[in-house]
Design a protein around this ligand. Structure first.
Ligand code: SF4
Length: 369
């Protein structure tokens, strides 16, 4: 079917941003995203196998993603962070994807076959691509090779991990550095030159500075020293780094209520001194920026809330008084003004004093164009 006719059948929910896209871009996107042989009168975007996309046509008010991709290399994650934002939709057991390499190759070939305009890609938003099973399966290595081979189909490449030491191994660092140096005729250059954003970044999550805090909150992820070593090696290998000091927690004493976190049975996650040390690390390695957001209490899909998260929810409930916690997107959250007062405000001040750029997590995601 003619691409223009396809467009006429797009479900109204997916139309709001459509009109802002150039006709040439519309045709390429519709060929790629809309089911060409569908008999239905209304079309919704369909497609890929492992190169998942944020809907390029959807209403952008809540999540103004535009056209961008995510490759979740694995399903689930064995790092076991107590506050994991992805636990709400994980499978019971972390696993490898069936026929990942073949599916990836087909998706990447389709981007070329349909001549889809380039867009940003993230590896990975709901799993850690460098969790221990990568050592056995090497699917992340395969994904990075595939993205590099089709570099012209992707603008900014963002890799997110809590295991930078594995990412810094030569076979990965070589690919990551190459992704950060696209050919001079890559269509992303005007935007990168204007924004100063690197063409590829590794975002390393390191929200803690003391080993005991990391062991408590990220029990199976690499410890602080190991992550710091990995961050330094990535920077030495010429891979642009972003430090995710994320999530942020309330600090001792919890000012709004004047009680200690220990009264709630919680290990002190981050002191102001810890945060200062993390911001200094970001400066030392020349991190492009740091990313922050306040911890949410996510209801896991399986197994119920861990005791520490029940305690954090209780602490949040006290901090929020006289308001109540907000329930949104599968998690309990503090009211916005409490977050700003207790958690993010002091952190942003600290970054400002150090001259380090701090970006809220959504701001950072969208800055990678
Ligand atoms: S590393 Fe990321 S995906 Fe894995 S458990 Fe921790 S927060 Fe969740």
């Amino acid at each position: 079917m003619n691409a223009d006719k396809q467009v006429d059948r797009i479900d109204a929910r997916y139309r709001p941003v459509w009109d802002g896209v150039s006709p040439e871009h519309q045709r390429a996107l519709s060929r790629y995203f809309l089911p060409a042989r569908s008999q239905r009168t209304l079309l919704s975007p369909t497609r890929p196998r492992v190169v998942k996309w944020y809907c390029p046509f959807a209403h952008q008010e809540d999540f103004p993603s535009g056209h961008r991709y995510c490759i979740n290399v694995y399903t689930g994650c064995t790092h076991g962070c107590l506050y994991c934002y992805a636990a709400g939709y994980w499978p019971k057991v972390a696993a490898r994807k069936q026929r990942f390499a073949q599916q990836l190759a087909k998706d990447l070939a389709d981007l070329d076959a349909f001549d889809v305009p380039p867009a940003a890609v993230h590896l990975s938003n709901s799993t850690d691509p460098f969790q221990p099973m990568e050592l056995r399966h090497r699917d992340t290595l395969c994904a990075l090779e595939g993205v590099l081979a089709t570099r012209h189909r992707f603008t900014t490449v963002t890799v997110l991990t809590r295991n930078p030491l594995l990412a810094a191994r030569p076979e990965y660092a070589r690919l990551l550095a190459a992704l950060a140096r696209p050919a001079s005729d890559h269509p992303g250059w005007p935007s990168w030159n204007e924004s100063g954003f690197p063409p590829a970044v590794v975002e390393v999550s390191l929200p803690f500075w003391r080993e005991e805090a990391a062991r408590f909150w990220d029990p199976r992820a690499p410890g602080v020293k190991t992550r710091v070593a990995g961050i330094r090696r990535l920077a030495e290998a010429g891979v642009p780094v972003v430090l995710r000091i994320d999530p942020l927690f309330p600090r001792e004493p919890a000012n709004g209520i004047g009680v200690s976190l220990a009264a709630f049975g919680l290990e002190q996650p981050q002191t102001l001194e810890d945060l200062r040390a993390l911001v200094s690390l970001a400066q030392e390695v020349g991190a492009h920026h740091v990313v922050y957001s306040a911890a949410k209490v996510v209801r896991p899909r399986f197994g119920g809330l861990p005791p520490a998260m029940v305690a954090l929810r209780d602490l949040y409930a006290r901090l929020a008084e006289p308001k109540r916690l907000e329930w949104s997107g599968g998690s309990w959250r503090l009211p916005r003004e409490t977050i700003e007062r207790e958690i993010t405000g002091p952190f942003k001040n600290l970054c400002g004093e150090a001259g380090v750029r701090a970006m809220f997590c959504m701001e950072s995601l969208l800055a990678a164009r």
